[in-house]
Design a protein around this ligand. Sequence first.
Ligand code: NSP
Length: 226
Amino acid sequence: MTFTDDLKKENEDIFQMIFDHPFVQGIGKGELPKEAVEHYIKADFEFLNAFIQVYSLALSKSVNREDMAYFHEQIQFTLYDEVKPHLNFSEYIGVRFEDLQGHPLPPSGDHYIKHMLYHANMGTLAETLGALLPCPWTYLEIGQKLINKYQPTKEHPFYKWMHFYAESGKETEEMRKRLDVLAANSPVDEQNRIKDAFRKSCQLELAFWEMSLTCETWSGELAVIK
Ligand SMILES: Cc1ncc(CN)c(N)n1
């Protein structure tokens, strides 16, 4: 068993809760409230901006060219390739993707990016990877398991979304490989911080789906200062 095999096993409960979440199941069924999808895209655009910033902090902690090239590629992937699932969702709600950008993150999304930025700013590269890994890994599982369960055809409204993530296994595999090497050489207290970062990111992935479904917002008339 590798370190990341253990992480998966310890967090199987949350992975299952994510798969069972009504928003995720709604993707498989091809039936989602349009307001919830709009809320998701607006938040996810900002989330991925922060994710790129976390990758660049991880790049700055890298000490060899291979890791630098890896984080550079991941930034490109997030910037250019991950637009495709957002476009699929935007088409479904009939709103231009450009009109869904620049909106403040709702509380759960805000919590999630600050959690990742905390580890990236205060922790080691291994700890940063622990906070990042649930993002590609939970989506890979969602894509694969939804395709397996619903067998969508090309006419399915979220066919492209599901296939995009089901076929993104390389991202997870490469990140796991790096974290396994680093964790094997980490002291126990650092391994515990990685485990804590990973579990909280899994829990915040779940919270992100719930935030989207319930159209979670900040309280008060002003909501947030822009
Ligand atoms: C919140 C969230 N988590 C994960 C992914 C997949 N990269 C995403 N787009 N958004």
